[in-house]
Write a protein that binds this ligand. Structure first.
Ligand code: ZN
Length: 450
């Protein structure tokens, strides 16, 4: 099922002065240096991704089991999932198309420069205003698509949010995104104004900012959207903490998020690392049988045990640094400068171009992130099976998640590449059967209705 595409920017402004062509100091030598730095970062990113991604989930020799939705889901359930997916497709793809269109306009036309040229004040005020204006315009353009998407969720009973709370969440997300984008852009412009080779400190800054953001996210951003309370005392909490201890993963607490205020979907996740690491389960999940909740938490323990958030953050931080170097190379290119009429990143007129490139970078790197994520998720599933040795409950839990969340049971190639951060449910169930055969335990039978 496609998620809603996120992140974009703006739209044309009008008027404004012309911009001179002034190559930045450092010229050719700086570009060669940046080229080498990008190649070096590319090799490091490739190596970290290659060696930290579990390409094989089960040991060689595990019997292959083919994913088959019809084995576990009724024809009615499969049809409902297909209809829901189709209902979300249109607003999702339109939102993605709009995101790409706006980014394309910013990267290939003088729209961003013309808008910024109309602003007055010190350079940093103009830069901040340009970020705010471009974000506001984009958010406005995407707003109706967001409402369309949200209405579909309501039609299918997945969202129980009021429009007021939906709009509040959306504005908060846009606010957080604007603050982060503004911080990055003001820093880039400030460095470009001061140093010919601004991209070196900027790349280091992007690395540091990504690590810091991932660390503080659970304690700064997540509380803006949900309330978290320690799971109530009782047998479930005791069992979960005992399981974590048995697993050798130090967990002080399992937190419950009040997700039922906005959704009926079931979910759990791990975020942060080191002192801010937390395992969170949605309160909606607590209605499931305790054995199934345990399986979900066992999967999350798999992430915690292998430090998936930390490796993900490291890759994201390296990707951010490489992105800055690429930004320097792209914005130095003659055709880009001529088309956007941005002669230097030291000028706040570059804000639109920077935002457009950042959006394109985020969209284009998504499929690579998904490939890595799907393998990491499969490893966490295998961990849950190793820890609980209960493939039958694993399959029951996967079925409950898929039916309640109306998951896409047979995503097409485009959806899989663009949006699938997890293997599809039939693949996850097939993994459990394969694990059971490997461990000489009875493979969970299929039990789709007649
Ligand atoms: Zn996971």
């Amino acid at each position: 099922m496609p998620g809603e595409a996120t992140g974009t920017r703006d739209e044309p402004g009008t008027g404004g002065e012309d911009v001179r062509e002034t190559p930045e100091a450092g010229g050719g030598a700086s570009l060669r240096g940046a080229g080498w730095a990008l190649a070096g970062l590319g090799v490091v990113i490739g190596a970290v991704a290659w060696f930290s991604t579990p390409w094989r989930t089960l040991p060689a020799g595990a019997p292959h089991v083919a994913p088959d939705p019809a084995r576990d889901f009724t024809a009615e359930q499969i049809a409902r999932a297909r209809a829901f997916d189709a209902a979300l497709s249109v607003p999702s793809y339109l939102s993605l198309a709009l995101t790409l269109l706006v980014a394309g306009v910013l990267v290939a036309t003088p729209a961003g420069a013309l808008l910024a040229a109309r602003l007055r004040g010190p350079w940093w005020v103009r830069a901040l205003c340009a970020v705010a204006a471009l974000t506001a315009v984009t958010e406005l353009l995407r707003w109706p698509l967001g409402m369309w998407y949200e209405s579909r969720l309501r039609d299918y009973g997945l969202s129980v949010q009021t429009w007021g709370s939906w709009a509040g969440d959306r504005l908060k997300s846009a606010g957080v995104e604007t603050l982060l984008t503004a911080a990055m852009i003001v820093v880039v412009i400030a460095l470009a104004r001061r140093f010919a080779r601004w991209w070196i400190p900027a790349a280091a800054g992007a690395f540091a900012l990504t690590v810091a953001a991932s660390f503080v996210y659970p304690v700064v951003v997540e509380p803006l959207f949900s309330d978290f309370t320690p799971m109530a005392q009782g047998p479930l909490r005791r069992d979960l903490l005992a399981m974590a201890e048995r697993d050798g993963v130090p967990v002080e607490d399992v937190l419950v998020a009040d997700a039922s205020r906005r959704t009926t979907a079931l979910n759990a996740y791990v975020s942060g690392f080191g002192a801010t690491r937390r395992i969170v389960v949605y309160d909606t999940l607590l209605k499931a049988p305790p054995r199934e909740v345990e399986l979900v938490v066992a999967h999350e323990l798999g992430h915690a045990k292998r430090n998936d958030v930390l490796y993900g953050t490291l890759l994201g931080a390296l990707g951010g640094a490489a992105g800055v170097v690429l930004l320097h190379l792209v914005t130095s290119a003659g055709p880009v400068r001529r088309r956007t009429r941005v002669s230097s990143l030291a000028d706040p007129r570059a804000v639109g171009l920077l935002m457009g490139l950042m959006t394109l970078g985020a969209v284009l790197s998504g499929p690579a992130q998904n490939v890595i994520s799907r393998h990491i998720e499969a490893r966490a599933d295998a961990h849950a099976l190793d820890l609980t040795r209960d493939p039958a409950t694993f399959v029951a839990m996967q079925k409950r998640l898929a039916i309640t969340n109306i998951s896409d049971l047979s995503p097409d190639v485009v959806e899989y590449v663009l949006y699938a951060s997890h293997p599809a449910t039939p693949e996850r169930i097939a993994l459990a059967r394969s694990w059971a055969l490997l461990n000489r335990l009875p493979a969970p039978p299929g039990n789709a209705g007649p």
